[in-house]
Design a protein around this ligand. Sequence first.
Ligand code: NAP
Length: 277
Amino acid sequence: MFDRVRNVDGGRAAVYAEGGTGWSGVRGKRVLVTGGTRGLGEQIVRLLSAEGARVATCARTARDLEELTASLDTETFTRPLDVTSPGSLEDFVVATAKRFGGLDGVVACAGGSRGGGIEQAAPDDWAATWEVNVGHAARLVRAAVPHLRAAGGGSVVVISSISGWKPGPPAQYGVAKSAQIHLAASLARELGPDNIRVNAVSPGSMLIPGRRWDRMRREDPEAFAHFVAAELPGGGPVAPQEVARVVAFLLSDWSSGISGAHLPVDRAQNAPSPDGY
Ligand SMILES: NC(=O)c1ccc[n+]([C@@H]2O[C@H](COP(=O)([O-])OP(=O)(O)OC[C@H]3O[C@@H](n4cnc5c(N)ncnc54)[C@H](OP(=O)(O)O)[C@@H]3O)[C@@H](O)[C@H]2O)c1
């Protein structure tokens, strides 16, 4: 059953499978999603759960994980951890495969940026931004491969960004997101013989309640309207639910022919921010 909810921009309707759609694409799939308590990761976890997948997720804040599991009808395996902390993510992958009796897919969704522009960002900020985006994704795949191979194959989705292919500051973020696209394409070739597909998804500026674009919309509606008019030919930012559906498709066997691909989900957005290219 489709539950049509209004996107937070009040305009277009984003189809979101609140109660499941009856689609069998990910039913029974065993999937680990990093960074599943907020934003895009939360929507991926909710959609996969609603569609009958068995889902594991992690984030640093234990309370958020507890609130997430309490709000879901289905069992979700969670663990508070920092994906950049050596060994923690790898242990969680092993624990998830043990808990679910195997693993069919992983989604590297945790990510973000630290530091400002080129004169403000310290070398540590570059290293931290690299690690939370690229380093964690590579370690996630490395830990998951034996389990995906044992399952006869699987699907990996790396969440990149419009900033990974349409340049805009801060550079340390765009560079890391760009590397994630290359990582997915490269691993797709390396892991293809094991029937493991690897793809990158690049969301545009997502309208997430309380986050940057939502705040800008409320606090500086004129600047937001200018941003939309200049950079968003589709009339507004994408909702995280719309991106989550593409991720679910890539995890499903319906996308069996897709590997090494880079899928933008940005409704033809131009520049990644009001700062332009
Ligand atoms: N927001 C956008 O408009 C946008 C656009 C394009 C691409 N993206 C990409 O989409 C992904 C999700 O972005 P978002 O904005 O939806 O994220 P978000 O709202 O900032 O949420 C990030 C999630 O990851 C977790 N997380 C962050 N750092 C972590 C760490 N070191 N270890 C473990 N968990 C961590 C957070 O929980 P804790 O804080 O509790 O750890 C939270 O669950 C990111 O890769 C981002 O680069 C976002």
